[in-house]
Design a protein. Structure first.
Ligand SMILES: Cc1cc2nc3c(=O)[nH]c(=O)nc-3n(C[C@H](O)[C@H](O)[C@H](O)COP(=O)(O)OP(=O)(O)OC[C@H]3O[C@@H](n4cnc5c(N)ncnc54)[C@H](O)[C@@H]3O)c2cc1C
Lengths: 248, 604
């Protein structure tokens, strides 16, 4: 089985978020980038397929040279090869088109992407890849087992789970549940050393239209200070909840 | 690596006092390569997940948990970074070794002591001095964490005077074994180790001898109870008793009588690593203290807004920044010296030994300086937390207690202060470092008429670098005259040695910070380094004060009349600013940046 894990290079969750160029661009200054958490769950599941079922695992990302530490971390965790598509990711379609091209050429049986990236939260990439490649698709995937070409996937739905029987070739939009947080791997020292020797292919981007542009980013309004209401003063509490918090 | 090594002028140990270094020639944390950054990330993830998240277990004397996490560290390869590949290690350079030691050590002193005792003094004597057979037999197990090591030097009657131990090694009648008997004290990792490095005396030898002793209770080895300690609660510390313990003759380390040398060289490495181990502890305390000060409101304002708190945060960040600069500078010098030795045909083992030995002075300097800084920082950490800092429910209290040991083990700070100056004087006597020439030049300068021109100090650090040059002269003046006066008896003038040592320490640290920042300002721009520039200036200011005070104490202790007057005048000249820095403004600037970042971010 040949697996492609699509990896998005995203700001660490503790990063301070600022914008530049008239609030149209994310300010990457001083921001640390990591493997998108949803992708990391998928990568970890892919490692399980590698170790238990002999799968080959490649990872791919769309991004400039500055994203290489992120995919090299995936190599250090245990992926066999990495592909960097040398282009700035603009929107969901552009990214999916690039990944689909790489996936088509690589002959993968299983393509694992994250349900969404935690920076722009578009949530479109795995679905578009599946459409472009005409593959089966399971989104919000929380469990995946494969035997031969049969796949059993569990999808999170509102208030519960749905178990789906499907087959390879398959695209999933993965998330926590594929593996748990405690299963996530810290790259070990040997893995880090080996990563240096593994192939990291840089391929040029395919023509693809950018269909959207960021017009403006806004941060959520800053929270005001906590208001303490005297225990006896129910009327004020109700008034605050109704008029200010608009909760009731 | 080697091409880089060839181009730079690599100073010998102690030579920083008499040679000017270009900022491009020192290594800084900002020079880490991608692989090293990844190692650092892995180490931090390990600490967050396995150590920091279970912080109370370390406080509650959960010795088993220390062992369990040490094993996990082994699985990640964190115990074998420094070990050659031929013996199951990663064979990485000294900087990488320091890096892991640094970032693994912040969460709890219990783990960092276990880690240091195992990877440093518990393993290094074999990698540095072991025979091929010994290395093949023991090192792979120690590298993987299958086995753990401990180091038995100290005895009830032999602490700082380490060569005075009474533990005996007697050759058996058939000549196949030594029978070791004696009592060792304060042995870290004793409770769970598989192997002891034991120092014992054969007959009436002048010097002790090192042995590798497998831990086997049926072989006359027994342990005392766990010591009740002020800090590092989950680090196992016990007495170890040897009663006619049979040790095969082939388990002798190096040669008979070489033990003291082994012990001391293992400690050289241990000392610089201990300095590294006190870095992340400082960063964590700064992070926690900043978070608390940003959130704690008194008099209707977050306490971070108070100047008194800002001054503390600024000094804490400055200490950590300067310590990083000096520690990584020395680490890379050691790495380069090892590379040069290897290129010259030394075995890796010889090269590493000589490489570290070369910088023994710097290792002592760092051990003292950084262990004292972590103490100050944890102390102020408690102060910033106020009453909460005194509570065992916040991590300040344990950080403070855990930090305390660093000034005692691996040679007390008093011993290391004396060693630093002592070794330097010895090197000068042997002609390895020319102190005499520069000291004579300073003497002549004192007699001459000082120049009253004000140099052009407009470039970044122009005045600071000139000042550092003059601070070096203070040391040369004080130490040079003291050596002249007392000759070999200098050893007996300990207060003088302590003062000289403080001058030496401050020079190395202040210079390292300035060089680090200068290098980065050239690369990243002065604006991007504004806070680092402020920290370098603040530290230098503090260093100048310490040097002026300690210099005066020293000079007055051994001189009188005109000579004294001349030296005091020189001291004044050498410690004088043309433009007094506004340290209040510097501290405010530094603290405001740390507060805005929510903690210490200068190592990113
Ligand atoms: C928690 C812990 C873990 C340890 N782990 C280990 C270990 O794993 N292996 C091991 O072998 N040892 C270990 N030690 C021992 C440690 O290295 C010694 O405690 C240390 O070297 C000091 O020796 P001492 O305690 O006998 O103090 P002493 O030597 O009695 O010193 C007492 C005081 O006198 C000062 N002093 C001593 N001699 C001089 C002098 N010549 N001039 C000026 N001042 C002097 C010292 O600086 C100190 O302030 C550990 C100790 C502790 C507390």
């Amino acid at each position: 089985m040949k697996i492609l894990v699509c990896i998005s290079n995203v700001p660490d969750t503790t990063s301070k978020i600022n914008f530049t160029e008239g609030d149209t661009k994310f300010d990457t200054n001083g921001v640390q980038f990591v493997i998108n958490p949803n992708d990391e769950f998928g990568l970890t599941r892919a490692m399980w397929f590698k170790e238990k079922q002999g799968a080959t695992v490649h990872v791919a990302t769309v991004g400039g040279a500055q994203t290489e530490p992120t995919i090299r971390k995936a190599l250090a965790i245990g992926a066999d090869e990495a592909i960097r598509i040398n282009a700035e990711p603009t929107d969901g379609f552009f990214v999916a088109r690039q990944l689909a091209e790489v996936a088509k050429n690589g002959g993968y049986d299983l393509i694992i992407a994250g349900r969404e990236s935690i920076d722009y939260n578009g949530g479109m990439v795995p679905g578009i890849i599946a459409t472009l490649l005409d593959m089966n698709f399971v989104n919000t995937c929380v469990s995946l087992e494969i035997e031969g070409t049969d796949a059993k996937a569990v999808r999170e739905i509102d208030g519960g789970n749905e178990t789906i029987a499907t087959s390879l070739p398959l695209v999933i939009g993965g998330q926590k549940g594929l593996v748990e947080e405690s299963d996530l791997r810290i790259p070990n020292m040997r893995g880090i050393m080996m990563a240096r020797k593994k192939a990291l292919h840089v391929v040029e981007a395919t023509d693809a239209p950018t269909m959207t542009a960021d017009v403006k980013f806004e941060k959520p309004a800053a929270k005001g200070p906590v208001k303490l209401v005297d225990a006896g003063n129910i009327d004020e509490l109700i008034s605050l909840l109704h008029n200010e918090a608009k909760a009731i | 690596m080697s091409t880089e090594t060839k181009e730079k002028q690599l100073l010998r140990g102690g030579q920083f006092l008499v040679k000017q270094v270009d900022c491009e020639e020192i290594f800084t944390l900002e020079d880490l390569n991608e692989e090293q950054q990844m190692m650092r990330e892995s180490t931090k993830e390990f600490v967050d997940r396995e150590l920091w998240a279970h912080w109370e277990r370390f406080e509650n004397k959960d010795y088993a948990y220390t062992e369990e996490t040490m094993r996990k560290a082994g699985e990640l390869g964190l115990l074998s970074v420094a070990i050659p590949e031929a013996y199951g290690g990663m064979g990485m350079g000294f900087v990488s070794t320091m890096l892991v030691c640094d970032y693994i050590s912040g969460a709890t002193g219990s783990f960092s002591t276990a880690f240091g005792a195992h990877t440093g003094i518990g393993t290094m004597p074999i990698t540095l001095y072991g025979s091929e057979e010994q290395k093949q037999k023991y090192v792979p197990k120690l590298a993987s964490g299958e086995w753990f090591g401990a180091y038995c030097l100290t005895e009830p009657g032999a602490g700082s005077d380490a060569n005075s131990g009474k533990t005996k090694a007697v050759l058996s009648e058939d000549g196949k074994h030594y029978l070791i008997s004696g009592q060792k004290m304060w042995i870290s990792n004793a409770g769970f180790c598989n192997l002891f490095i034991v120092f014992a005396r054969i007959g009436d030898d002048k010097n002790i001898t090192g042995f590798i002793v497998e831990n086997d209770p049926s072989n006359g080895i027994s342990l005392g109870d766990e010591e009740k300690k002020l800090g590092i609660h989950s680090s196992s510390t016990r007495q170890v008793f040897f009663n006619e313990t049979k040790v095969p003759v082939e388990n002798m380390l190096s040669e008979r009588g070489n033990g003291f040398k082994i012990a001391m060289n293992a400690l050289n490495v241990g000392r610089i690593k201990l300095a590294a181990a006190c870095l992340e502890a400082q960063r964590r305390v700064i992070n926690e203290a900043t978070k608390y000060a940003n959130e704690r409101v008194q008099f209707k304002t977050p306490i971070i807004n108070f100047g008194a708190i800002k001054a503390k945060i600024a000094d804490m960040a400055t200490n950590a920044y300067v310590d990083e600069a000096a520690s990584y500078r020395a680490a890379k010098d050691i790495e380069d010296r090892i590379a040069i030795r290897v290129a010259e045909g030394n075995t890796h083992q010889e090269a590493e030994l000589k490489g570290v030995e070369e910088y023994a002075i710097e290792c002592s300097i760092l051990k003292v300086a950084v262990s004292e800084h972590v103490q100050q920082t944890t102390d102020e950490g408690i102060q910033i937390f106020g009453g909460m800092g005194f509570s065992a429910d916040t991590p300040m209290e344990s950080a403070w207690r855990d930090a305390r040991i660093a000034r005692i083990y691996e040679g007390t700070n008093e011993i290391n202060r004396m060693l630093a100056v002592g070794m330097l004087v010895k090197k000068a006597m042997k002609g390895h470092v020319d102190l005499l020439g520069p000291a004579t030049a300073v003497g002549e300068e004192l007699m001459g008429i000082p120049s009253f021109d004000t140099p052009d100090y407009s470039a970044l650090f122009a005045e600071e670098k000139d000042l550092v040059k003059r601070l070096k002269k203070v040391f040369l003046m004080v130490a040079g005259s003291a050596v002249q006066k007392f000759g070999p008896q200098l050893e007996e003038h300990q207060q003088l040695l302590m003062a000289a040592s403080d001058i030496l320490i401050q020079v190395y640290l202040a210079e390292s910070a300035i060089l680090r920042t200068e290098k980065n300002a050239k690369r990243f721009g002065e604006e991007a380094q504004a806070t680092q520039i402020a920290m370098s200036k603040l530290y230098l200011y503090r260093a100048v004060d310490i040097i002026a005070q300690r210099g005066k104490e020293a000079i007055v202790s051994f001189s009188e009349g005109d000579e004294q007057k001349m030296m005091l005048m020189g001291l004044k000249r050498f410690t004088k600013y043309a433009n007094q820095p506004n340290v209040v403004a510097l501290r405010t600037q530094i603290a405001e940046r740390v507060a805005a970042d929510g903690g210490y971010t200068f190592d990113a």
